[in-house]
Design a binder for this molecule. Structure first.
Ligand code: UT7
Length: 320
């Protein structure tokens, strides 16, 4: 028994912000951003919040799967930008969808969030606790970045992607998840704290911080490693993989991973040009685009891989 993706959906805000738009608020240029990252524009939430994007992506995934919300047993949301400390985004989604039979909670693994949530759902299904689940990767990092910091604000966008997953005989074949908490400082967003009546602390505003070069080095080393691991452990030839759907942070990272894996760039679809880095949402948005463009056929072998704050990273091998 394993589980299979039977429907995908995604949502990105309507508001497009181009590199030239950002050059009006920080000292940057389209040439720098495109050349260093491959990003040309991103979607930024104006009316939408995190749960709104998650609900829209979920509705589209359910429609794509031909399923009703009442049929869901579990909703897992990978996010680090929930609208509230509590309740979870997953509970908000459950309420908005009317998924009355589903349990719901969030998983915090930053840009690896969708992957970690999907793997958790797979484990619940394998353990026969649930049969049908919804997994969402959603982030609204535009509310966490410092819009005066050109080294980070140009990189991120907002969005959500979702997949409906059901117990089946084929589908997810192997998963690898890793963490290195000793390096948590290289990519972080310190929580807003109010202090308490004893410690007299002032409220602090938390902005996203990233040591870009450290994260870059980590990604180009660890992503190929965990992809090799997931393939070796499942005794799968790398040549049999149709697509490597990687976290969309920087086209140079994707190119470097492709080179290290000795695989052609045609196996590495990319869309960061249009959306930037949407954190937990990059992998499911890209997967949804491939699905809707008819590029995924039954039996195709696909590797999904995410990496990000924590540090966290991982890979999942699945058959479509
Ligand atoms: O999803 C989370 C995972 N995150 C990532 O995967 C990000 C990984 N890191 C990266 O993608 C890259 O490190 C960045 C795109 C963030 C930065 O690229 P880089 O080639 O590592 O540039 P850098 O940080 O070494 O900066 C090079 C120069 C610096 O100027 P000096 O010191 O050489 O004069 C920066 O101040 O570029 C400058 N710079 C900018 N210039 C124009 C930094 N940001 C900008 C900017 N516009 N937006």
């Amino acid at each position: 028994m394993t589980s299979r993706i039977i429907g995908t959906g995604s949502y990105t805000p309507a508001q497009i912000v181009t590199n030239d738009d950002l050059a009006k608020i920080v000292d940057t240029s389209d040439e720098w951003i495109t050349g260093r990252t491959g990003i040309r524009e991103r979607r930024i939430a104006t009316e939408e919040n995190t749960s709104h994007m998650a609900v829209e992506a979920a509705r589209r995934a359910l429609e794509n799967a031909g399923m009703k919300p009442e049929e869901l047993d579990l909703i897992l949301v990978g996010t680090t930008s929930a609208d509230h400390c509590f309740p979870s985004v997953a509970c908000e989604v459950q309420g908005a969808l009317g998924a009355v039979h589903a349990s719901a909670f969030d998983i915090s693994a930053a840009c690896s969030g969708f992957l970690f949530a999907m793997n958790a759902l797979q484990a619940f299904i394998q353990a026969r606790m649930y049969r049908t689940g919804l997994v969402i990767g959603v982030d609204c990092l535009s509310k966490l970045v410092d819009w005066n910091d050109r080294s980070t604000c140009v990189l991120f966008g907002d969005g959500a992607g979702a997949a409906v997953i059901r117990a089946e005989e084929t589908g997810i074949r192997h998963t690898v998840m890793k963490s290195d908490g000793a390096k948590w400082q290289v990519l972080s967003c310190i929580s807003r704290t109010n202090g308490n009546f004893l410690n007299n602390k002032d409220p602090k505003l938390g902005y996203l911080y990233m040591d870009g070069q450290e994260v870059f080095k980590f990604a180009v080393k660890k992503v190929p490693e965990c992809i090799h691991e997931v393939l070796d452990e499942s005794q799968t030839e790398i040549e049999s993989i149709k697509y490597f759907v990687l976290h969309q942070a920087n086209y140079r990272i994707v190119e470097s991973v492709a080179k290290r894996l000795k695989q052609p760039m045609s196996k590495f679809p990319m869309n960061m040009e249009r959306y930037g880095n949407t954190s937990a949402a990059t992998v499911p948005i890209l997967l949804d685009e491939l699905n809707r463009e008819g590029k995924l056929e039954s039996g195709d072998r696909i590797v999904l891989s995410g990496f990000g704050a924590g540090l966290t990273w991982g890979a999942t091998l699945l058959e479509w």
